[in-house]
Design a binder for this molecule. Structure first.
Ligand code: PA5
Length: 446
């Protein structure tokens, strides 16, 4: 089970946490009774126990087929439509998954930027390999992924022909709305559903995350079981549960002017969990001129870049360190008779223990500098433990957002850049906006 450690934190008192109990009680009521702002998007709460078992079986069957008939899976999606799958696959197998899992398809995540350079490079990696595609978009209209899908189709149609290609494309989208659904139905792609009541950033335990994760060979039953066990534990524990306490700690830090949360891990495989976390909390809380700005770092790597700021910079930060209770590997440091590097005091020591001391040393140093750390501990790198961690952050995020006084389940701010981009690209219907923006751009440096 996820453990939360914070007794070492000096700047937040028991009184500070108690003062947040009324707000937490209200948040808990909105979550349990699904009667708060954005209640239509709380399907993730019970998903680990009431997911569609028939669709789950179809996901596993499709994953088996892709593993058998493909060397590469292209996952097209952006934001909530790719971050969770990438985070889980990399945490389980490291960022070297494509090189290490020789018996599985390589998995590439595309359609999450407008970079033609990136897309061309990934397509060049597909040359001569058997390719399947999982295109993921809840709205079915997101421009980054829609353009990438068009380019990928054009590339693959030349190789497979339209009929054969239809058997290699899997669409994960709304059950009836959106351009992707219409297109998929017309072409006869196999479709998976993103439930109406689950928003993108809460969707990793739906087909959105599950199909790519299952293709990687990970055990999605165990992932769901971990999430279900965490749900059961947290909801039964009530207001004192670990996710709610984490939510209170975050809000207590914010009240003391700590408006940036740095999510830290000492494991490079956690990098995309950090990206997933930033989207989850950033889109859920950052609105109505409120919210904690979520950042993420990998230590000790980033102790040699952002470490200086965290130690000594503006006093606006707090840290949340995610730790694996039991390290996966034991790498022993060998003796060197010459000892020119003066490291023989570490002979026989494991790198994992060195990492642990780096963690403890940093925790103390950052506290001395005024940046205190919450510790979130997960058991290991099993699918079960990752499922627990995901559910822990979901519940904490919903509670924290409600405590802050925002609707944690909408993202109105995401539309602003899209409207401007469409206008500047000359999309029909945006003519007035185009003229207005072009006028404004005249004042910019050429
Ligand atoms: O959390 C969200 O809702 C967003 O980040 C979406 O996941 C992202 O914008 C992609 O949207 P869609 O799945 O509709 O293509």
């Amino acid at each position: 089970m996820i453990k939360l450690k914070y007794s070492h934190i000096k700047s937040i008192t028991a009184a500070d946490l108690d003062a947040l109990m009324p707000a937490l009680r209200e948040a808990d009521d909105k979550i349990r009774n699904k009667n708060g702002e954005g209640a239509d998007f709380t399907g993730w709460i019970d998903l680990p126990v009431n997911y569609d078992k028939a669709e789950f079986a179809r996901i596993k069957a499709a994953a088996r087929r892709i593993r058998e008939n493909s060397d590469v899976l292209l996952v097209i999606g952006i934001g909530g439509s790719y971050l969770g799958a990438r985070a889980v696959i990399e945490l389980l197998y490291s960022s070297y998954y494509n090189q290490l899992r020789k018996d599985r398809p390589e998995i590439y995540f595309i359609g999450n930027s407008f970079s033609g350079d990136e897309l061309a490079k990934v397509l060049s990696l597909c040359d001569g390999k058997r390719v399947s595609v999982n295109v993921i978009s809840k709205s079915g209209t997101t421009t980054e992924s829609a353009i990438a899908f068009r380019i990928v189709r054009s590339y693959l149609e030349k190789r497979y022909g339209r009929e054969e290609l239809k058997k290699r494309i899997y669409a994960t989208t709304d059950k009836q709305k959106g351009a992707l659904k219409a297109f998929a139905d017309r072409e006869g792609y196999e479709c998976f559903v993103i439930p109406d009541d689950i928003g993108g950033r809460f969707s990793v335990l739906t087909a959105v995350g599950l199909l790519p994760i299952a293709v990687s060979g990970a055990d999605i039953d165990a992932l769901m079981a971990g999430a279900a066990a965490c749900r059961e534990h947290l909801l039964q524990a009530g207001l004192q549960n670990e996710a709610y306490t984490y939510a209170r700690l975050r809000n207590a830090f914010l009240k003391k002017g700590r408006m940036v949360e740095v999510l830290a891990s000492y494991d490079p495989s956690f990098r995309y969990m950090g990206e997933w976390f930033k989207q989850l909390f950033g889109e859920s809380e950052g609105k109505d001129k409120k919210g904690i700005f979520p950042a993420s770092v990998i230590f000790s790597t980033d102790l040699h870049s952002l470490g200086q700021y965290i130690q000594d910079g503006s006093p606006i930060l707090f840290e949340t360190v995610c730790r694996q209770a039991v390290p996966s590997e034991k790498t022993v440091i060998p003796n060197d008779d010459e000892n020119i590097d003066n490291l023989n005091f570490l002979t026989g020591e494991t790198l994992e223990n060195v990492n642990d001391k780096a963690f403890l040393g940093t925790l103390l140093a950052h506290a001395d500098g005024g940046t205190e750390s919450i510790i979130v501990e997960y058991a290991d790198k099993s699918e079960y433990a990752v499922g627990e961690l995901i559910y822990f952050f979901f519940l904490a995020c919903a509670a924290s957002g409600y405590m802050l006084g925002v609707n944690p389940f909408n993202q109105p701010g995401v539309e602003a850049y899209k409207k401007n981009m469409f206008a500047l690209l000359g999309k029909p219907g945006f003519e007035d906006k185009k003229a207005e923006l072009e006028e404004r751009l005249k004042t910019f440096d050429k």
